[in-house]
Design a protein around this ligand. Structure first.
Ligand SMILES: Cc1cc2nc3c(=O)[nH]c(=O)nc-3n(C[C@H](O)[C@H](O)[C@H](O)COP(=O)(O)OP(=O)(O)OC[C@H]3O[C@@H](n4cnc5c(N)ncnc54)[C@H](O)[C@@H]3O)c2cc1C
Length: 317
């Protein structure tokens, strides 16, 4: 659909002119690819976010929420409707000590995961070191149940506060949340959540334990050093492209065994450093990355009879 003149005027008024029309999503994804979003809004306050979401849902205009755009491939043709980006502004982190050994930490979803991890390490709180080096926002990490071999967000998340398309907020405890590999399923409210009108995570509450800040910093240095050795850090990517199969070899091992490191389509290349990373060598468009993914999947399937499932989220027309 195209936004009509009334919808455009409403967006301009609601955001005091800050809405951007036909905004290139390549500016907002770590892969540096993606065509235009019809409209792009970064709400300044939670009231503005609620009014925006309720207004869009009421008008039947699709919207999509993004954080750091570090797990996305946006199609070259772009996105219909409105992209809402939760701004990674200054970190909003509230720490409550609930016992001598445990703290409860509430973080706004737009906060950068890197800043959150650094903050709790400095405060001597343990539990987030597994996430060191994962880019993006806290909201994106919760939605993706981000993690590494050292742990997942679901290990430490106590509750999330969400904003429904109606504009209502609710806090949901971890017993009502269901987590799987790189996915958090929120309980569905009848007629509320849909592909076009998402429930938005506005904050998360984490349960962390007290520890020595010096030990946490030492541990952090090791973790970051290991990541740097294993992953291509200098070229744009979206991290691991495929999920690891539930049994047997990792996706990276399977791709490597097929001899696909260095395989290139257009500006997209299977990283020579980590076979489960596709990197943008400079001139890639989304179509190059998607074609390369197809080629990798097909080759791995033909050789090992394993169907690799994308870990990245593909969005757009
Ligand atoms: C170099 C590199 C290394 C990486 N390493 C790892 C790793 O080790 N482990 C790992 O798990 N991931 C890794 N990733 C992938 C990515 O960083 C994580 O998935 C990250 O948590 C995504 O956060 P984001 O804010 O960028 O989300 P986005 O990419 O913006 O969005 C991802 C999904 O979450 C949804 N979403 C975002 N914010 C919200 C919100 N507030 N409410 C509801 N839905 C929301 C979006 O609609 C989309 O579906 C890596 C990526 C890169 C580029």
């Amino acid at each position: 659909m195209r936004l009509d003149a009334d919808a455009r005027k409403w967006l301009v008024d609601l955001t005091f002119g800050r809405v951007r029309f036909d905004e290139q999503m390549s500016r907002h994804t770590s892969f540096r690819v993606g065509g235009p979003a019809e409209a792009f809004v970064e709400p300044e306050t939670s009231d503005e976010l609620s009014a925006l979401v309720a207004g869009l849902a009421g008008r039947g205009i699709p919207y999509l929420v993004v954080g750091g755009g570090t797990n996305l491939i946006v199609a070259d043709a772009g996105i219909s409707g409105v992209v809402i980006r939760l701004k990674p502004g200054k970190p909003e982190i509230l720490i409550e000590n609930i016992s001598s050994s445990q703290s409860r930490v509430t973080v706004m979803a737009g906060t950068s995961l890197r800043l959150f991890c650094g903050h709790v390490i400095r405060k001597g709180l343990k539990g987030m070191n597994f996430a060191l080096g994962i880019p993006g926002t806290v909201g994106g990490a919760i939605r993706m149940n981000a993690g590494t071999a050292l742990g997942w967000i679901s290990d430490v998340l106590e509750s999330v506060t969400v904003l429904y398309p109606s504009g209502q907020q609710e806090t949901i405890g971890r017993n009502s949340l269901s987590f799987s590999y790189r996915k958090l399923m929120l309980p569905r409210r009848t007629c509320e959540d849909s592909f076009f009108h998402q429930t938005i995570i506005v904050s998360g509450r984490f349960s962390l334990v007290r520890a020595s800040s010096t030990d946490l910093k030492q541990d952090a240095r090791e973790i970051l050093k290991n990541r740097k050795c294993r992953q291509p850090a200098t070229l744009p990517s979206a991290g691991c492209i495929f999920k690891n199969p539930s049994i047997g070899k990792t996706a990276g091992e399977l791709i490597d065994l097929c001899g696909l490191k260095g395989l290139k389509i257009g500006g997209a290349e299977v990283s020579a450093k980590h076979a489960n990373f596709i990197v943008n060598t400079g001139s890639a468009v989304a179509a190059d990355i998607l074609s390369l993914m197809d080629c990798v999947r097909q080759t791995v399937f033909e050789r090992f009879n394993v169907s690799l499932e994308p870990e990245v989220i593909v969005i757009g027309n």
